[in-house]
Ligand binder design. Structure first.
Ligand SMILES: NC(=O)c1ccc[n+]([C@@H]2O[C@H](COP(=O)([O-])OP(=O)(O)OC[C@H]3O[C@@H](n4cnc5c(N)ncnc54)[C@H](OP(=O)(O)O)[C@@H]3O)[C@@H](O)[C@H]2O)c1
Length: 295
């Protein structure tokens, strides 16, 4: 069996985050690991452990997580499933949200909070250094230089490698880049929700990694009764695979991180890396995207 047949994520190609941190472009997002409302323990602990291990078997080298997922649950289970980590695995985490219950998220960009979250992530993940550390949200109540200052202090201490942002506009990225280099941006983006297009174009021009969150519109794009089903049918490709293949083809800086707590869905999703869309299919997908209500 060839390397790509064994590890389909290889077919998605590579991207060098910050110019030197190499990952395969099709990654895995771990927000679906905790219980409902991204809170507490998973419904099926053993399946989650199997999903994480299988992602590595399938060639995934980029996992996105956050201190707020659970909170702490996602990072702890990544450690349980994968530590000691493969050398080429990059675990990106984030800080900047406090959690007080299922579905409840409160922004906190106070420097002390960001630093304590980083320390907790290092401990839970069992890492000495977080290679990509993302500010989960810019806190409008805290000056940006203070928020990024906390991340820079962590970097100076060797606890953080590169710095990323999440849910930002082009002017916000530019303001951040006056203070430090920005390796990645993580914004909401998928076939049916493209408001971040100017940010993606900016990232492509500047060589910044763009991590689209909700790459399958929280599963809406993966449904089997919508327009994507029609387009995929002829080619034996599933709706989820079309949505992910579209992202991979859209820009070389795009790093999709589809989330799932199901082994079957994981295998299907990683298989998207093997799909090359024809210009006709891309056209059909663009047309169909107007029919798809973003959920
Ligand atoms: N920066 C931010 O503010 C932010 C916000 C949200 C998310 N994120 C990141 O982005 C990642 C991706 O977002 P997401 O996981 O919430 O949404 P998503 O990847 O768009 O969709 C995940 C949903 O789709 C379902 N699904 C996955 N594969 C499927 C398939 N092949 N067929 C049918 N259904 C499928 C999953 O259910 P099953 O579990 O049943 O497969 C889950 O409900 C997160 O894990 C997280 O790392 C970041």
């Amino acid at each position: 069996m060839s390397d790509v047949a064994r590890q389909p994520a290889r077919a998605s190609g590579e991207f060098a985050i910050g110019g030197d941190l190499h990952v395969r472009r099709l990654g895995y997002g771990s927000m679906q690991i905790p219980g409902p409302g991204v809170w507490g323990e998973p419904r099926d602990h053993d399946e989650v452990i199997r999903v994480l291990r299988r992602a590595i078997d399938l060639g995934v080298t980029f996992i996105d997580t956050a201190a707020a997922y659970g909170p702490e649950v996602s990072e702890r289970l990544i450690h349980e499933a994968l530590h000691p980590y493969p050398e080429d695995l990059v675990i990106a985490t984030k800080a900047g949200f406090m959690r007080s219950g299922p579905g409840r998220w409160e922004i906190n960009g106070k420097p002390e909070f960001l630093k304590s979250q980083a320390e907790k992530s290092l401990r839970l993940l069992g890492l000495e250094r977080i290679e990509l550390f993302q500010l989960h949200r810019i806190d409008p109540e805290v000056p940006l230089p203070d928020q990024l200052g906390a991340l820079l202090e962590l970097q100076a201490e060797g606890k953080v490698g590169r710095i990323g942002l999440s849910e930002v506009t082009v002017p916000q990225i530019e303001a951040a880049r006056e203070i430090t280099s920005i390796a990645t941006v993580q914004n909401l983006y998928n076939l049916s929700e493209r408001r971040a297009e100017p940010v993606l174009d900016y990232c492509e021009r500047e060589g910044i990694g763009f991590i689209p969150w909700f790459p399958m519109a929280t599963g809406g794009l993966a449904q089997h009764d919508g327009p994507l089903q029609r387009i995929g049918e002829k080619h034996d490709v599933t709706p989820a695979q079309l949505a992910l293949a579209w992202l991979l083809q859209r820009s070389p800086v795009l790093l999709p991180i589809p989330g799932t707590s199901s082994l079957a869905h994981l295998e299907e999703n990683v298989g998207a890396a093997l799909i090359e869309l024809t210009p006709e299919q891309v056209q059909q997908l663009d047309a169909a995207s107007h029919e798809i209500a973003f959920t």
